[in-house]
Ligand binder design. Structure first.
Ligand code: NFS
Length: 658
């Protein structure tokens, strides 16, 4: 083993208890140290974040610099070209939005490519699994569905949705789903997106040296671009994936590293685009491959997901999920992973080294994502099985040749996943009156104080999962219903909050609703592109009535407590631009006491949007959100109802106790 580990560096001392609250990951970090293997946790421990970059006080957009401004005296200095701190920060922030939006919209476009080829009959491995969803999406953007075939509707839908990307003028199709008053604000502010390609291109242009040098004007294009992600690229990714692979409905499933099986061939899919995973599902069900696995001495083939690909498959099919972003290296340390296939986004380059240490076969599959030293098996949507079958075959070979000892943390957490916005509708409204009215009623009568979307990454700069879990517990304790996606959903699932029994952790009002419906106090909606489900849910809440006329009126808030990626910034900004107060943790890449900071944290709200917030402490973060929800309740005149309901409950509890 020593010999095989020779390439790994000896890690410096890491306080594992402070690094993660995930017991399985902690167990694997201890093993990593015994094995002499380094992970992102160790690197974050020894690499101090650049303080100038962390404040976004550095500009490297041209070679007259890079220029460093002074975060402590932000207006004391300007860049060589004269750029102020506001320009520098706004440009840096804008490029994060552009990159994040590009990632989501490119993912959405890949889904649309598959959809087009399915509709044209050029792909046989996928089909339209959910024609009802197809009709609903088509109707929502004004496509005639009455007496028309699935093919006809699908063809029109493709053409319409293609505009989400390539349209040079006019509003994107899903703008039709935005509540009228919210759309009015967007039109007034000039931020209704055209096509994503145009918005991202313009944002990159504007942030080039010597173009847009007014932070307010840059922010305007940030909003337009971010909205092209949320109501555009991400929403297309979700809706098309539902149409092709099925809309999620509640499903019982397990998460955590204990989902690996020592006596089976273990394959992990990690990344973002569901077409790879869907094809892998077909491969692991193939009798020939199962037989090959058995002949190699395995009991079977065990397919497990990680990160957002995993969250999507967990929601849609109940496929077990092994862990979130900060556990992707850790799981390889089990020695039990025979193959890991990755496609795009959130794939650490460090995986290559760890996989090599444990003999795990790691494969990149997408032309957009190669990793030096890692084998590439290209995935083609016209012949998807060529790639996924080959990964399975490689995994079987590795299983057969396993030599290193295996240690799988014996931890699995069962829960209910797979809540689409359609299902929330049905669950709360019932078959015959499916609508958001019962949710709104429960908010109006005060049982539910408000709704919070808690999403996003895990980040080695904070204790893994801890910020997510503490914050969500505080929210539900205060009767805030929590909806989730991505890595955050997995953090809470590992903490056991995805069971209906977890309702006992909720305040009396939320608990009563959960117990009546039989739902957990925390609802998982899937992957990060599925944050678009939260947008649609907010639009439905406005439509159902009684909670104001725009998204900005709703008693809702959002958070990404352990964010790390540019995609998270794009998501945060599209929620803000849609009208939602959105709080981020870890760090915020802007110097306080600058005009740009004031615009994001106050000014946008005055213009009819939502606004940004920041706190590193999970309880403080939760209470910022709760205070905002209460402010909105007051503005709606429903603050008294909650006092009444709590009084009634106290009386009832007294009676019950007597
Ligand atoms: Ni979204 Fe962060 Fe990545 Fe998914 Fe996880 S890290 S922004 S949650 S896997 S995209």
């Amino acid at each position: 083993m020593e010999k095989e580990m020779k390439k790994a560096k000896a890690p410096k001392v890491l306080d594992i208890k402070e690094a993660t609250s995930c017991d399985a990951t902690a167990q694997m970090l201890k093993k990593a140290e015994r094995d002499g293997v380094e992970t992102a946790f160790h690197r974050a421990n020894t690499m101090k974040a650049c303080p100038i970059g962390a404040d976004s006080a550095c500009c490297k957009h041209c070679s007259m610099g890079p220029c460093r401004l002074n975060a402590k005296d932000p207006y004391g200095k300007v860049g060589v070209c004269g750029a102020t701190i506001d320009t520098v920060q706004a440009r840096n922030f804008a490029r994060m939005v552009a990159s994040g939006a590009a990632a989501h919209t490119d993912h959405g476009m890949s889904m649309l490519d598959v959809f087009r080829e399915v509709v044209n009959g050029n792909i046989a491995d996928y089909s339209i699994k959910d024609p009802i969803k197809l009709e609903e999406v088509a109707q929502s953007i004004g496509i005639e569905t009455e007496d028309r075939s699935v093919e006809e509707i699908a063809r029109d839908l493709y053409e319409e949705l293609e505009r989400t990307y390539i349209q040079v003028e006019g509003e994107i199709p899903f703008a039709k789903r935005v509540p009228e008053k919210t759309l009015e604000t967007w039109r007034k502010q000039g931020v209704v997106p055209r096509g994503a390609m145009r918005e991202i291109m313009e944002l990159m242009h504007r942030t080039h040296m010597g173009v847009d040098q007014h932070y307010e004007n840059i922010t305007k294009q940030c909003s337009r671009t971010a909205l092209a992600d949320g109501w555009g690229g991400s929403m297309v990714a979700t809706e098309i994936s539902d149409i092709l692979f099925g809309t999620p409905t509640p499903v019982k499933a397990e998460v955590n590293m204990g989902c690996l099986k020592e006596d089976e061939v273990n394959i992990i899919i990690h990344g973002h685009e569901p077409n790879l995973f869907e094809s892998m599902l077909a491969s692991v069900d193939d009798p020939t491959l199962i037989k090959a696995a058995q002949e190699a001495g395995a009991k079977g083939i065990n397919l497990v997901g990680m990160c957002c690909s995993g969250a999507e498959m967990l929601s849609r099919h109940g496929i077990p999920h092994a862990g979130n972003f900060m556990s992707t290296e850790a799981i390889l340390i089990t020695g039990a992973v025979d193959a890991m296939g990755v496609d795009v986004q959130c794939i650490k380059q460090g995986l290559g080294k760890v996989a090599e240490c444990y003999g795990t076969k790691l494969f990149t599959t997408n032309p957009r994502c190669h990793i030096e030293g890692v084998e590439h098996i290209e995935f083609h949507e016209h012949t998807p099985r060529e790639c996924t079958d080959s990964i399975v075959e490689n995994a079987i070979v590795r299983f057969k040749n396993r030599t290193l000892p295996i240690e799988i943390p014996n931890i699995r957490n069962a829960g209910i996943h797979g809540f689409s916005h359609e299902y929330i509708n049905y669950m709360l409204g019932g078959t015959f009156r499916a609508s958001y009215t019962p949710l709104n009623d429960n908010i109006i009568n005060g049982r539910i104080r408000g709704v919070a979307g808690v999403v996003g990454c895990t980040n080695p700069r904070v204790k893994q999962d801890w910020v997510h879990v503490e914050m969500v517990k505080e929210l539900i304790k205060n009767d805030v219903l929590v909806v989730q996606t991505g890595c955050s959903q997995i953090s809470l699932a590992k903490a056991g909050l995805y069971t209906p029994e977890a309702a006992h952790l909720a305040g009396a009002g939320l608990r009563e609703v959960c117990e009546t419906v039989g739902m957990p106090p925390v609802l998982g909606l899937g992957s990060c592109v599925d944050n678009s489900r939260i947008l649609i849910a907010t639009a439905e809440m406005v439509k159902a009535g009684g909670l104001g006329e725009s998204i900005a009126d709703l008693p809702v808030a959002g958070a990404a407590p352990e964010w790390m990626s540019e995609k998270a910034i794009s998501i945060g900004h599209y929620f803000v631009a849609s009208g939602v107060y959105t709080v981020f943790g870890v760090t915020f890449p802007i110097v306080e006491d600058t005009r740009f900071h004031k615009l994001l944290f106050e000014g946008l709200e005055e213009m009819g949007f939502g606004k940004w917030g920041f706190a590193a402490d999970p309880h403080e973060m939760a209470h910022l959100m709760i205070a905002h929800i209460d402010k909105k309740r007051k503005a709606l005149g429903i603050d008294k109802a909650r006092e009444r309901v709590l009084m009634d409950m106290a009386d009832r509890q007294k009676l019950e106790a007597a």
